[in-house]
Design a protein around this ligand. Structure first.
Ligand SMILES: C[S@@+](CC[C@H](N)C(=O)[O-])C[C@H]1O[C@@H](n2cnc3c(N)ncnc32)[C@H](O)[C@@H]1O
Length: 239
């Protein structure tokens, strides 16, 4: 599936089926609704989430081992970190939201066995990494950092803490057109920056990551804009 032209919910039976398989997702949507960076229908769309999970499972997870130390940048309450905890040695999750990090720490305390989980409430653009990583994930976080220079310095910071050949998976909302979309929705005070694909991938290249594989899912049309929002799924290798 290179380009999926489906919009959000084109098939109600499929939607109900996905809803049934993702009960936790729907519960957490209620839990997260007060957070600045989560909105209904966007990040929490189960159709997009399933496509994203499939990409990660097929392309990224095979690179993890019991020896892996993994970075989860923009980890929120740690869903991704917990999902890989049994496969790896250590996971270091960073998020700007103190509330999300406290929740992740609370859940981690109850977890028995598996890799060690550490969570840090830090802004990605100023993150201080305490270890080097074998692999890293940035799932839906760079779209909230509007300044390209800050994203580039974050990616360079990650690259400095990764060994050559380490894998990085990045999921982001981008613009389908040539222009970057700076979105501000006064109704729900949601703001995000959907970069154009060229600029986005160039930043990873400049930071020292070569693109291994990517996929794109067509997402929704923002009102009054020509360009569509697309969900980009990409796997990079540290050069
Ligand atoms: C859409 S959520 C994605 C969460 C998680 N990675 C996932 O895929 O479910 C975006 C997350 O990025 C975090 N975030 C936004 N800006 C950030 C920044 N400058 N530094 C660190 N985290 C940030 C938000 O607090 C939020 O938890």
């Amino acid at each position: 599936m290179k380009s999926n032209e489906r919009l959000f919910i084109t098939d109600w039976l499929e939607f109900l089926d996905i809803k049934r398989r993702n009960k936790r997702l729907f519960r957490r949507a209620f839990d997260w609704k007060r957070e600045k960076h989560y909105k209904w229908g966007g990040w929490l769309s189960p159709i997009l989430l399933e496509a994203q999970n499939r990409f990660i499972a097929e392309k990224f997870l095979p690179h993890l081992s019991k020896e892996s130390v993994v970075l989860d940048m923009g980890c929120a309450s740690g869903d991704f970190a917990f999902s890989i905890a049994d496969k790896v040695k250590e996971i270091h999750g960073y998020d700007i939201s103190k509330r999300m990090i406290s929740r992740a720490r609370r859940i981690a305390k109850k977890k028995r066995g598996g890799g060690e989980l550490r969570f840090y409430a830090q802004d990605a653009t100023k993150a201080k990494f305490l270890v080097n990583f074998d692999c890293a994930a940035i799932l839906g976080a760079t779209l909230y950092i509007f300044d390209d220079r800050e994203v580039l310095s974050l990616l360079k910071n990650i690259a400095r803490h990764m060994k050559k050949g380490g894998m990085l998976v990045a999921v982001d909302s981008l613009a389908s057109g040539a222009d970057t979309i700076y979105l501000y929705r006064p109704l729900d005070s949601y703001s995000a920056c959907y970069r154009n694909e060229g600029d986005y991938f160039r930043m990873f290249d400049k930071a020292g990551f070569e693109l291994v594989e990517s996929d794109v899912i067509t997402q929704k049309q923002e009102p009054l804009m020509d360009s569509r929002q697309v969900r980009s799924l990409a796997l990079f290798r540290k050069k």
